[in-house]
Design a protein around this ligand. Structure first.
Ligand code: SAH
Length: 372
């Protein structure tokens, strides 16, 4: 069977080395052989685990955040509840359940719009929302989900969007590419130089052009039509960490060039940059806060205590473990590389993961971003 590696090698042989963003886009989104297109990678048996898959409390608290945003918007009808990159659909299912409990009238005022590029994951999301009793539609492109006022959520989406990489040299920027070395293996190089050429004294710059475009598009819509958006991901506010491309397979870091399409590829989100892009498009920006701070302010401890009261004794430890995992420091686990990032078993997400929000300037303070 033809693998994605075969396809990539054939393209390089025909057209020459391909830019890193093309490699990343093919690995994640090739129509047949891409990482997300071809499989469901989440969970303990998969490649990495995300916050909504760790505990129902994560999606529930985000549902309560969305309900507060909706109340802040005056409780108006005709609001789109949009999730971009919903994975297995767990977050939205948990959020809708919490909304039904806390603010049931909201469910009559919103329709759910799921933005997903992967056909496999769409099917999973449809079954996750089967019992949600709310109008839901699926879109392949975020532009189709942006109509009227919207409340947008996205967990671990920005880190999965392709980035450009450059080598900054005294003579100017050179594009980082994926080519073939002398043995015919995939290898990084720089456009116009021999593959694997070493260029001393130069640093790699990452340009998250796809995240920039997504933030600009959603922020300008919110500025014009009202609403709010929440982005949760691993990354930093300041600093340029250079090359942050990483591959994770079966909860371990692997070489990003080894098995194209079979490992998850991500980069660290540059939140300072994303916040600047949002602000430039007319919205009010809130944050950055750590995931731990955000979840605690939204009532994680109280939610965990309530769950524990109703749980069989064997399950209370599980709930404590989930709280620790969602809010703990990253040093807690067996981070195999010490670099952090997505997918290490046991590693706490509380400080590594950050939350940013933007909203229409007329909205009141956003829950989770103001200290009580
Ligand atoms: N939010 C989920 C899944 C995170 S993984 C969770 O927390 O578990 C990234 C998700 O984004 C996958 O569902 C993937 O298919 C989707 N995705 C990747 N690129 C996308 C794009 N350009 N538009 C919409 N969804 C995208």
């Amino acid at each position: 069977m033809r693998t994605l590696r075969d396809e990539i090698v054939a393209e390089i042989e025909l057209d020459g080395p391909m830019p890193v963003e093309r490699y990343m886009a093919l690995c994640l989104g090739h129509p047949k052989l891409g990482y997300y297109t071809a499989r469901d990678p989440f969970g303990v048996d998969g490649d990495f685990i995300t916050a909504p898959e760790i505990s129902q409390m994560f999606g529930e608290l985000i549902g309560l955040w969305a309900a507060q945003a909706w109340i802040g918007m005056g409780g108006q009808p005709g609001v789109g509840l949009v999730e971009i990159g919903p994975g297995r659909g767990t977050l939205m299912a948990d959020a809708l359940r919490a909304i039904r409990q806390a603010v049931p009238e909201m469910l009559k005022a919103v329709d759910v719009r799921m933005v997903e590029t992967s056909a496999v994951l769409r099917v999973r999301q449809q079954s996750a929302l089967r019992n949600a009793q709310v109008a839901a539609a699926w879109h392949g492109d975020v532009a189709d989900a942006l109509r009227g006022p919207v409340i947008i959520v996205a967990n671990e989406l920005l880190d999965a969007l392709p980035v450009r990489q450059f080598l900054r040299t005294p003579q100017g920027d050179v594009r980082r590419v994926v080519g073939l070395d002398d043995d015919g293996e995939l290898a990084f190089g720089f456009a116009g130089t021999a593959t694997n050429a070493r260029l001393p004294g130069a640093t790699i710059i990452e340009e998250p052009y796809a995240a920039d475009a997504l933030i600009a598009r959603t922020a300008s819509h919110v500025a014009q039509h009202g609403g709010a958006a929440l982005f949760i991901d691993y990354g930093e506010e300041h600093g340029d960490a250079g090359d942050t491309l990483q591959a994770v397979s079966r909860h371990r870091h692997v070489d990003p060039l080894r098995d194209p399409g079979l490992a998850d590829l991500t980069t660290q989100v540059r939140f300072g940059r994303a916040m600047k892009v949002a602000r430039a498009n007319g919205v009010k920006v809130h944050g950055l806060v750590t995931q731990a701070t955000f979840l605690m302010r939204l009532g994680l401890a109280e939610r965990a205590a309530a769950l524990k009261r109703n749980a069989p004794s064997g399950r209370t430890m599980e709930i404590d473990a989930a709280v620790a995992r969602l809010t703990g420091a990253e040093a807690a686990g067996q981070d195999v590389t010490g670099e952090g990032g997505r997918g290490q078993p046991g590693a706490g997400m509380g400080a590594l993961f950050k939350v940013m929000c933007f909203s229409h300037p007329s909205l009141p303070a956003m829950p989770g971003f103001e200290s009580a």
